[in-house]
Design a protein around this ligand. Structure first.
Ligand code: Q46
Ligand code: ZN
Ligand code: ZN
Length: 325
């Protein structure tokens, strides 16, 4: 297979785009695509400050590399979850190494150092030892990312969700006819009442394309999935979608783009897309719950059980930065 641009041996063949490219042209093509989507969905401009949530994985580090190469103003945020089997240690090390090699600023918020418990411990306490830590983990990540972005005066928070991630969620929500979730699934979630703008610049990039990008760029990332991801419904839907993609190249992209088109044509127009938010009575972060937010209520429970908690979660400065106007 030859590169369409220069005729050299291709390193990647993207059947869904009917395009094969050599390493050099692929490393130019992919950032151009990402830039096109940033512009098309009005994610952010070069004048704005973007906080990139990094996990040490290929998508988030690949995204940060692309945004940096494109000249955007970025800083990174790594959240130390305290996941077992050295998963968190390794992912933090790779994120720090990535940032240091490029002279980029990486903010680290370690949940145990800042607040007194790791995510698995929090999960054991708040779920009484039942189930996976994913709901506590998701809640903590959403809370910390938003609060850190606001505290640091960032205009947008970028995550490394790729097309495979987005389509797996889309399929799950479609099977469940979860109209509220479908109405809110988008490349950009605008800022609202204390919630920072959230953007997904890789929403149209296949996972395989990100793997190829990181390998060609020599980006070291954590290969293993989080040990708690095993058996998740996302992985189940990804396997089904991979089978469909194998039979019909482009199936994932078509499903996603048709969904975005239907959304734009008003398929979900009757569904209220914005939930009503008010500031949490304790920490001031936005919440739809009456009174205190889920984060503060979770820590109340933890403090009752574990008297060694070191800090009040609502009063810990996350980034050590003064918010900018
Ligand atoms: S939610 Fe669950 Fe992930 Fe947190 S505990 Fe691991 S698998 S990291 S995206
Ligand atoms: Zn080429
Ligand atoms: Zn709160």
């Amino acid at each position: 297979m030859k590169c369409r641009k220069c005729g050299a041996t291709a390193v990647i063949h993207m059947r869904q785009h009917k395009l094969a490219l050599c390493g050099e042209h692929y490393l130019t093509w992919l950032p151009e695509q990402v830039e096109r989507f940033i512009f098309k969905y009005r994610m952010f401009t070069r004048a704005e400050k973007v906080l990139v949530a990094v996990s040490g994985g290929k998508d988030s580090l690949g995204l940060w590399d692309i945004l940096h190469r494109l000249g955007y103003r970025t800083e990174g945020l790594y959240i130390g979850l305290g996941i077992e089997q050295n998963y968190s240690d390794e992912s933090r090390h790779l994120s720090e190494q990535f940032a240091a090699a490029r002279g980029l600023t990486l903010h680290v918020v370690d949940v145990e150092e800042k607040f007194g418990s790791t995510i698995p411990e929090l999960s054991v306490i708040s779920n009484r030892g039942h189930g996976k830590p994913c709901s506590v983990c998701g809640l903590s990540k959403r809370y910390i990312m938003n609060r850190a972005a606001l505290e640091g005066g960032f205009d947008a928070l970028a995550t490394g969700h790729n097309l495979d991630d987005e389509v797996a969620v889309l399929m799950q929500n479609t099977f469940n006819w979860a109209a509220g979730y479908l109405a809110r699934q988008a490349p950009v979630l605008p800022a609202q009442d204390g919630l920072v703008r959230k953007v997904k610049p890789l929403c149209r990039i296949y996972e395989r394309e990100m793997t190829a990008y990181c390998l060609l760029r020599g980006i070291e990332y954590i290969y293993e999935e989080c040990p708690h991801a095993e058996g998740s419904s996302t992985i189940y839907y990804k396997e089904i979608l991979n089978k469909m993609e194998g039979d019909r190249p482009g199936a994932k992209l078509q499903f996603y783009l048709s969904f975005l088109q239907a959304r734009e044509n008003g398929l979900f127009a009757n569904i209220k897309q914005e939930v009503e938010l008010h500031p949490c009575e304790r920490c001031g972060q936005p919440t739809s719950a009456p009174g205190e937010c889920a984060w503060c209520r979770m820590w109340d429970k933890v403090k009752l059980v574990k008297r060694t908690v070191t800090a009040n979660p609502e009063s810990v400065p996350l980034l050590g930065l003064a918010a900018q106007a």
